[in-house]
Structures are given as C-alpha cells and as structure tokens.
Design a protein around this ligand. Structure first.
Ligand code: IPM
Ligand code: MN
Length: 350
C-alpha cells in the first residue's frame, strides 16, 4: 500500500496563506512523483477565526491537530489582534502542548544567493534552538501596573531535563555532521541559567569525545555570525537567544524569505510543526510579494522528518536550482510554479 501521511495545515495570517498555497503545490508534485499520499487537513485558526469567534485554539481543535503526522504553518500575527495574543495562544501554545522542544533552523547560503556579507566563505550551519522554556515560558509578573512605579518581571525557566535533551540532540546532530558543537549563552551575566547550561554541556560532551566543543557569549556570537560565520557548524542555544540569532542567520544567507524551520519533537510522540522563520508581514499580505521559498524549504524539512529523504532532497535540489537562476523579481506564485516545474523536470528525466 502507498505510504500515507496526514498533514495539518495552519495557513494563518498575513502572507501565511499565499506562501502555503505554493508549499502545497510542491507537496502535491512530490506526491505525484513518489506515490506517497498526503491528506491535507486545514485548521481554521488564526486572526480571522479569532475575530469571528473569540476563540484562538480550542481544545477540540488541539485534539484533532494531535492526530496528524505533521503540521505545516504559514505565519501568525495580525494588527487587528493585540500583540502577543496569537503568538502566545496559538504558536507558542502549540510548541508547548506538543512538546516541540527542538526548534531546528538551518543557516545556509545557497549558491547564487547574495549575502549582505562581503566575505561569504561557506555559510552552512544549523541552530538547535530550545523551544519550550527560557523567557518564553510566560512566567513573570507586573507590580504597580499602569503607574510610574510599575515593575514588569519576565522570568526565564531553565530545567535540567529541558536543557539536557536539547543539548543531547545537538551532540547527536554534531556527530553526524562536522563533529563540532557551539553553545551560545550569556554565562557571564545570567549566571544561574548559564551555569546550568554550561554544566550540562560539559557533562553531556564527556559522552561525545569526538565532538569538539566551543562556547561563546551571545553578544560575541552575534558578531561572529557576521564576521566569521564559517566557525559554526551545529549551534545549541536557549529560546530567546535562538530566536534573535536565527533572524540574523537568515539575514546573512539571503533573508527571511528563504529561511525554513522545524519545531520538532524528536521522540515523535506528537506531530512536529514546520514553518518559515518569517512572520505574517501584514504590510505586504495579499499582494503576491512574499517569497514562498522559506515555506517550501519547510516542506522539505517536514519530508525529512517523515523519513522521506529522497523526496526531501528532490525539493531541496529544485529550490537550489531555482535560486541559481534567479534574475528578475517574480511574484509568489511564479516562484512556486518554477520550483514545481523544476521538480517535474527531474521527474521526466528519470
Ligand atoms: C519565530 C517567531 C516567534 C518566536 C514569534 C512569532 C512568537 O519570531 O518563530 O521565530 O519568537 O518564536
Ligand atoms: Mn523569531
């Protein structure tokens, strides 16, 4: 029997729907070529659904989402909704509820893509951003709210188990790449959290004698992303540092229009969720101006996660070929169509 996967689709807000249309074209081409079936189940969650119903992510919807094999998400966030609401109650809630503790973000400069950096030796590394803890955990308080004595406190949650599992994953990944792992933190100031990250890094590292380890404070690391990105292979870091650094990583490799990511549960007890790093960009929504490449590369990451390695490499090659031949600006669907054509061209060649 042909393999079949149930894919949850959250197109979301802003440019989300238009980039997801292109991502689905690619998925359907992959299905035609491989015989693998993808049952795409759309979930109407996001700004429009919230404005209509007042509900962000109902328990029944969450339950249904949990029955999928993987989720594709476009983008969430809308100026008509108070800032942070959809982000926290939809995107972060999904990351937390599904225990997607590995936020995997490749930082790779494809041939033919212009980087704003002048010296772009090979940029090809991958960030393992912790996805369920840190400053994202939502702990904190406001005292004397609304007064000039207001104090806003955001607390960073760092658990031994939460750190250990992401660091272990990063060492495993480093073992099958270039045997080099970088921890990024701010141990000189955030001594409690930093001390724990550092200690676990050293402990787990003892079990991977073949992996060379380096550490940078996040400020220095930000500088090295720009001045010598070639010193990184696998990077492991906490939730907020990873958020900031991966936008920088996207910027040095052609922009967020190209940057994909996976919110992954490595134990596969829940569906993992794949999404472009970019946001909903309401200012350009509905105008076919968004680059769907990040969404398409997110499909590639999803295929890999589902064990469809050959199919993933087809998509990657079709994207790589398209990136090499980009000259004129094209609209969203023109880019999607070109990548699909590239895939199909490969199909007929075999
Ligand atoms: C990202 C985004 C999210 C994050 C926002 C939208 C909550 O910036 O996926 O990087 O901060 O994780
Ligand atoms: Mn971000």
């Amino acid at each position: 029997m042909a393999e079949q996967f149930k894919i949850g689709l959250i197109s979301g807000d802003g440019i989300g729907p238009e980039v997801m249309i292109e991502a689905l074209k690619v998925l359907s081409a992959v299905s035609d070529m491989s015989g693998v079936k993808f049952e795409v189940v759309p979930f109407e969650v996001g700004a429009q659904h919230y404005l209509k119903t007042g509900e962000i992510l109902g328990d029944d919807v969450l339950r249904e989402i949990k029955t999928t094999d993987a989720i594709l998400l476009g983008a969430v966030g809308d100026p008509q909704v108070p800032p942070g609401l959809l982000e926290r109650e939809l995107l972060l809630r999904l990351r937390f509820e599904l225990d997607l503790y590995l936020n995997l973000r490749p930082i790779r400069l494809f041939a033919g893509v212009e980087s704003p950096l002048r010296n772009t030796n090979d940029i090809d590394f991958i960030v393992c951003r912790e996805g369920t803890e840190g400053l994202y955990a939502g702990k904190g308080s406001i005292q004397q709210g609304g007064t000039t004595d207001e104090v806003a406190i955001e607390e960073s949650v760092n658990t031994y188990k939460g750190i250990e599992r992401i660091i272990r994953y990063a060492f495993e990944l480093a073992s099958v790449r270039k045997q080099q792992l970088t921890l990024i933190h701010k141990t000189n100031v955030l001594t409690r959290a930093g001390g724990l990250w550092q200690r676990i890094f050293t402990q787990v590292g003892g079990q991977y004698p073949n992996v060379s380890m380096q550490y940078f404070h996040v400020d220095a690391a930000a500088m090295f992303f720009v001045t010598k990105p070639e010193i990184f292979d696998v990077v492991v870091t906490d939730n907020l540092f990873g958020d900031i650094l991966t936008d920088l990583g996207a910027a040095i490799t052609g922009g967020i229009g190209l940057a994909a990511s996976g919110n992954i549960n490595p134990e596969r007890t829940t569906p993992s969720m794949f999404e472009p790093i970019h946001g909903s960009a309401p200012d350009i929504a509905g105008q076919q101006l968004a680059d769907p490449t990040a969404a398409i590369l997110s499909v590639k990451m999803m295929l890999e996660h589902l064990g469809l390695h050959q199919e993933a490499s087809w998509v990657e090659q079709a994207v790589a070929t398209d990136l090499l031949s980009r000259t004129m600006p094209r609209n969203t669907s023109a880019i999607g169509n070109a990548i699909v054509q590239g895939l199909k061209g490969r199909d007929s060649a075999y």
